[in-house]
Design a protein around this ligand. Structure first.
Ligand code: SAM
Length: 270
């Protein structure tokens, strides 16, 4: 996969040289190119922002440098159009599902903004030619999109074939679609078996694969119910077995007529 990042802070992307992404680059699995947006300015101050039309606080990133930068990146590219990813708090939430989708694209171009964001016409212009995703990494506002680029790149890179040593490593991850019904992953343990008088759950020493799998699934349900009740509510009852249903009932969830789960409402007599 190829990734281009256009930014006014190229040094902010230095972490892409280390750890999993850095290794993937060194092994030729990922081709990352970071570009300084100011290279596409033509005044002596390398201006990339201006005041917003309509007034108001803050500055807006000018369309001309972005347009020239994105055209230049495209021009030194492949014989296909890239996918443009624009981090913004007003974008579509970044999820594991979107990470999987992006990991299947051969070429991503990131446009992280600063100030109040990029002049809207840039999105409108490239959306006519490229696949464009405006993506939010959470319901909070950062000072710039570079941290979001690091987050998205790492989540995408670990899904690329050959990047993780064990191909099954992301199969059991939290949010992984499949048998675990989009649950959070439960707790994990390693040696020693006793640490500060804290033992690990007996079942993990049993060597009984079925019991271990059951315990892991129960833990995943317990953790999801406690931390992400919205995921339980969205859970498709068709992927649940008898034990799952009993555990959910014990935790106060009931199957609703619309074939989803909801919290049991205590009756007046209780
Ligand atoms: N005024 C903008 C708004 O409320 O939507 C916020 C602009 S923010 C100060 C500057 C830039 O940081 C954004 O354009 C975006 O690139 C990045 N950013 C901030 N929060 C983000 C988030 N939650 N997800 C993705 N990018 C974010």
């Amino acid at each position: 996969m190829r990734i281009d990042v256009v930014t006014i802070f190229p040094e902010y992307l230095e972490p892409l040289n280390i750890s999993l992404v850095g290794k993937a680059r060194a092994r030729g699995l990922l081709d990352v190119r970071v570009h300084d947006l100011r290279e596409w300015t033509h005044d002596k101050h390398n201006t990339i922002d201006d005041t917003p039309y309509g007034g108001g606080p803050g500055m807006v990133m000018k369309p001309e440098p972005w347009g020239e930068a994105l055209d230049a990146v495209r021009a030194c590219g492949e014989d296909r159009e890239p996918v443009l990813v624009i981090p913004t708090p007003s974008g579509r939430p970044f999820t594991q599902e979107l990470a999987v989708e992006l990991s299947q694209r051969p070429w991503l171009v990131f446009a992280p903004a600063r100030y109040e964001g990029i002049d809207r016409r840039v999105v409108d212009e490239y959306a006519e030619r490229w696949e464009v995703h405006e993506v939010s990494i959470g319901d909070y506002v950062l000072a710039g999109g570079e941290a979001a680029v690091l987050v998205i790149t790492e989540a995408v890179a670990r899904l690329l074939p050959g990047v993780l040593g064990n191909v099954d490593s992301h199969r059991d991850d939290s949010f992984a679609p499949g048998a675990m019904a989009d649950l959070l992953e439960g707790p994990v343990y390693t040696k020693p078996p006793l640490w500060r008088e804290r033992a690990i759950p007996e079942v993990l020493l049993s060597g009984h694969h079925g019991r271990v799998a059951r315990w892991r699934r129960d833990q995943a349900f317990r953790r999801t119910a406690a931390n992400r009740p919205d995921l339980i509510e969205r859970c498709d009852p068709a992927v649940l077995d008898k034990n799952d249903r009993a555990l959910l009932a014990e935790l106060g969830w009931t199957e609703r007529a619309d074939k989803r789960f909801g919290r049991a409402v205590p009756s007046m007599e209780e």
